[in-house]
Design a protein around this ligand. Structure first.
Ligand code: AMP
Length: 537
């Protein structure tokens, strides 16, 4: 981005609503904010939380944090206060940049909690709020930065230093912080910009939320190429017509999103034949794109290049790719996740970590340049999935167990075959079912509960289903449970289907019989089978 500010200071970097921020402006404001961070005592490696709805302000804070040699932590402003609190307690930011919505959430989350040195800054208005507890709560706006120099401050950051921490669902109920280094990001960005041929003429979508790692490529891929980033307002996700109109009117040349959004656009049939004439490439990542959806888009947009990107947050944005050579001939074809991106290594292994033969199903491991150093301050969790690679204990030679199952096809492409655990993707969100179960356990009126996910034809990919046993005299409804859960987990984790039992079904070992629960929910969701379900209950 700094290079682009020199090369094309007047070129558009971020286009947001009716406003364009040029590379020159972006460079100057981020230099000033970085200087302010430094002057306020921020040390290299200090964390800066960013609880701001997707906007240029949020992106400015992220870049300024990096320029000040700090580590930024995007905080989802839609998360319940209790979850935000866990994130703040874990990463102990020295600053939390907020907008009005983020400020409210952060305030609620820190109610009566003493976290030393956390300064909360609210962007967009001027004034001063009283000190709350031992936190300084300040209102601040970008124009106040005029007093700081707009030239770059000298930095000490090294490629292996952390750049940001992305918190993702944790099976024990506490979000896991995935540490991502500068090198992790630049390796993928270099590959991506080169492979896709992104340049200064491109207009790139910014669809993913900023706490998702797809947004990392949107932002830094765009800035590395000197292109224009067009962040998509989150509200648009529920308005397929508007989303399609956005791609059309902004003349986007690149669209990158999770498949659920593409399913949604297809469901409402908002794409015309030969639509989006400027669009050159469409990429998806994060979950399987159903083949009927792919066929819909490939038939409507014959001039667009379609690429499946695969990878977990722990290996930074994506680790493998597959560009469609042609439109699938039938809906039964599967789309592989392809081959490793430059500098990445994908391997399929058995439980002894030996590589399995081509065609055999095994656990998918990733090694190489995208691999995160691990989870923030959690050596145990890190050691449970990041292993010394084959060939010794060299810390550079590590492999990450993705939890995905895969096999190598005869044509050398890797095929994704689902998960080996209870992590799911629903509407593109990564969810550990254990995180929902942990929240359920804390509800005092439930005697037993379990969460299962079942496949759906709808755009959400998986439906989260809750089976529960409630003390009979309490007469608790799913609406009450939902409301209570919403205080503990984000809305996207809320179960969409419910079944109440006198006792949950158990298997021979006395464990909850999850396959049976999945079967019951599938029957329930099929109206023709509802009578059968009553009999089974
Ligand atoms: P996240 O950390 O949110 O990116 O989620 C990573 C997980 O999403 C992977 O381990 C896979 O289970 C799934 N995933 C990511 N990309 C794809 C893809 N292209 N096809 C199928 N599943 C994917």
């Amino acid at each position: 981005m700094i290079r682009q500010a020199e090369l094309r200071p007047d070129g558009g970097a971020i286009v947001w609503q009716d406003e364009t921020i040029t590379y020159g402006e972006l460079d100057r404001v981020t230099n000033r904010l970085a200087a302010m961070f430094r002057e306020s005592g921020c040390q290299p490696g200090d964390r800066i939380g960013i609880a701001i709805v997707k906007s240029p302000a949020a992106i400015i804070c992220m870049i300024a944090a990096l320029k000040a040699d700090c580590v930024y932590v995007p905080i989802d402003t839609e998360s319940p206060a209790s979850r935000i609190r866990k994130i703040i307690e874990s990463c102990r930011p020295v600053w939390i940049m907020t907008d009005a919505k983020g400020a409210k959430r952060v305030d609620d989350s820190l109610m009566n909690v003493a976290i030393d040195n956390t300064i909360q800054i609210q962007i967009g208005s001027v004034g001063a709020l009283p000190v709350v507890g031992n936190r300084l709560n300040t209102l601040f706006c970008f124009s106040e930065l005029e007093n700081y120099p707009d030239i770059a401050i000298p930095g000490t950051r090294q490629p292996d230093d952390a750049a940001h921490i992305l918190f993702t669902s944790g099976s024990t109920g506490t979000p896991k912080g995935v540490v991502i280094t500068h090198q992790n990001v630049t390796s993928f960005v270099d590959w991506g910009v080169n492979y896709f041929g992104i340049d200064e003429t491109d207009r790139v979508s910014g669809h993913a939320p900023l706490h998702f790692d797809l947004s990392t490529f949107d932002i830094y891929g765009t800035f590395a190429a000197g292109a224009e980033l067009h962040p998509v307002e989150p509200e648009m996700n529920l308005l397929p017509q508007k989303l399609a109109q956005f791609i059309r009117e902004r003349q986007l040349t690149q669209w990158f999103s999770v498949p659920s959004i593409l399913n949604y656009l297809m469901k409402f049939d908002v794409v015309d034949d030969g639509d989006f004439p400027s669009l050159k490439r469409l990429m998806w990542c994060g979950e399987v794109l159903p083949v009927p959806t792919l066929i819909y888009f490939m038939q409507k947009l014959p001039l667009v290049e379609f690429t499946n990107l695969y990878g977990p947050t722990e290996a930074t944005i994506a680790s493998s790719y597959y560009t469609m050579p042609a439109c699938p001939a039938s809906e039964t074809e599967t789309t592989p996740i392809g081959v490793a991106c430059d500098g990445e290594e994908l391997s399929i292994r058995n439980e002894r970590l030996e590589t399995v033969a081509p065609g055999e199903i095994g656990d998918l491991f990733i090694g190489g340049v995208g691999l995160s150093p691990g989870y923030w301050e959690d050596l145990e969790k890190t050691a449970s999935v990041f292993f010394p690679g084959p060939g010794g204990l060299d810390t550079q030679n590590r492999i990450y167990k993705t939890g995905d199952l895969a096999r190598l096809r005869e044509d050398g492409q890797i095929e994704f075959l689902g998960r080996a655990d209870t992590q799911i993707k629903s509407r593109g969100y990564r969810i550990e079912l254990g995180e929902i179960e942990t929240a359920l356990v804390s509800l005092p009126y439930l005697d037993e509960s379990a969460i299962v996910a079942i496949d759906t034809d709808g755009f959400e990919n998986k439906v989260i289903c809750c089976a529960y046993v409630v003390q009979p005299e309490l007469n608790v409804s799913p609406a009450r449970i939902r409301a209570d859960l919403l205080q503990l987990i984000p809305q996207y984790m809320l179960p969409a289907d419910w079944l109440t039992f006198d006792m949950l079904p158990k298997n021979a070992n006395g464990k909850i019989h999850r396959p049976r629960l999945r079967e019951l929910f599938s029957l329930k969701r099929n109206p023709d089978a509802s009578k059968k379900v009553k009999a089974l209950d």
